[in-house]
Design a protein around this ligand. Structure first.
Ligand SMILES: [Fe+2]
Length: 386
């Protein structure tokens, strides 16, 4: 641990965790002085019935709201622009984001664009994000992205097929209501992909070049929770304790990586997601264990700590690190995630995917330095594996 290195740690989000806490929404809206809400969500949540008790609370309180449910998976730049113009027309003074990472990330970008104008990509440069943003209350319905506590919003530039990130504590939600009951309805495949996304956040956040001790401690507990509960939540979606462990684990993983960074797994996953619109968690899951192998000599000590957090016993540090990779691989198999090749990756796209991975803002934080050629050979190798 680099005790002589400087770091800072900021968490602007008030979190309330527990069964039924989403019923306290109106209390928090009043605390923020919110009178006109833009509810940002997606069509899947709209169909699931999750919104019914939430909108019932709004109705009974007399608080005005408008529902914007057009957010797509891998949220697009035009989703942000549309939501922002709706917020402006409607005079919204607060955003309520309900859903997985896509609606919450989209809400963060809307919170800036609605007030400060311009297109979302303009705010890639974080110095352009002014203080005036719409406050966000986030209610996550998946146990994955941790977006309810992170400062990042990942948006797809649909012209360039590239994902860009808007990142600032200013867009972190003001309140996150973590109600495990809301994650019960997640289907198996979504449980698996979002859970592996959370594990990737914890492991990449913990091993990122600019990791710091507070985030490290949080990441290790997240790894413990996710490795203990993901398979259980996958096997039985009604297992409330497992769902609760996953929600807490994914939120903690979000806190960890938001203060350090993600790394090469996400660089590839975001390139894949932008190109093929494939689920973010699946893209991470197929790359995580092979990337750990690739990074091995640059963070062996930390990988041994990952093994320890996963409850694995080992002798030498090297043995522990190798066992961590095996355990991650097994967990991805246990929750039936596919292979890299099965994502429909075309060999002819590899150059573009390598370009976009190398120019991702998180590339600099991978423990092992990687350039475009490294990404290309890594992906070709992975493509040729069974
Ligand atoms: Fe992620």
């Amino acid at each position: 641990m680099a005790l002589l290195s400087n770091f800072d740690f900021e968490l602007p989000t008030k979190m309330e965790y527990g069964i039924g806490v989403s019923e306290k929404l109106v209390h928090y809206l009043r605390e923020l002085g919110a009178e006109r809400i833009l509810l940002v969500t997606d069509p899947g949540i709209e169909k699931s019935g999750i919104l019914d008790p939430i909108e019932k609370q709004l109705k009974e309180s007399g608080i005005y709201w408008t529902r914007f449910s057009e957010v797509e998976p891998n949220p697009k730049d035009y989703n942000v622009e549309k939501g922002a113009s709706l917020a402006r027309e409607d005079g919204s003074d607060c955003i309520l984001a309900v859903g997985g990472g896509s609606p919450i990330d989209c809400a963060k970008a809307i919170s800036v664009v609605a007030v400060q104008g311009e297109n979302s990509i303009y705010y890639q440069d974080r110095s352009r994000i002014g203080k005036e943003v719409l406050p966000i209350i986030a209610i996550p319905t998946t146990a994955g992205t941790g977006s309810e506590v992170t400062f990042g919003s990942v948006i797809t530039d649909t012209k360039e097929h590239f994902k860009f990130t808007i990142k600032s504590p200013l867009i972190g939600p003001r309140v996150a209501l973590l109600d495990p009951r809301l994650t019960l309805s997640m289907p198996k495949a979504l449980t698996a992909s979002t859970g592996m996304d959370a594990l990737t956040h914890a492991i990449e956040g913990y091993t990122a070049k600019n990791a710091e001790p507070i985030g490290d401690a949080i990441a290790l507990y997240a790894i413990e929770l996710i490795s203990k509960y993901l398979k259980r939540a996958f096997d039985n979606g009604e297992d409330l304790e497992a769902r609760a462990g996953m929600l807490l684990g994914s939120t903690m993983a979000g806190i960890a990586f938001s203060h350090s960074d993600v790394a090469a797994v996400h660089c590839i996953a975001e390139a894949l997601g932008a190109k093929y619109d494939s689920p973010h968690g699946v893209c991470n899951a197929v790359v995580l264990a092979p990337m750990m192998e690739y990074n091995m000599n640059y963070c062996q000590e930390k990988y041994a700590m990952v093994a320890k957090a996963m409850g694995i016993s080992f002798g030498s540090e090297k043995e522990g690190a190798l066992k961590a990779v095996e355990a991650v691989k097994k967990l991805a198999e246990d929750v039936e995630l596919p292979s890299f090749r099965s994502l429909g990756i075309r060999e002819g796209d590899m150059e573009e995917l390598a370009d976009n991975s190398a120019k991702n803002g998180s590339n600099k934080d991978n423990p092992r330095p990687m350039n475009r050629e490294d990404y290309l050979s890594f992906m070709k190798d992975l493509y040729n594996r069974k």
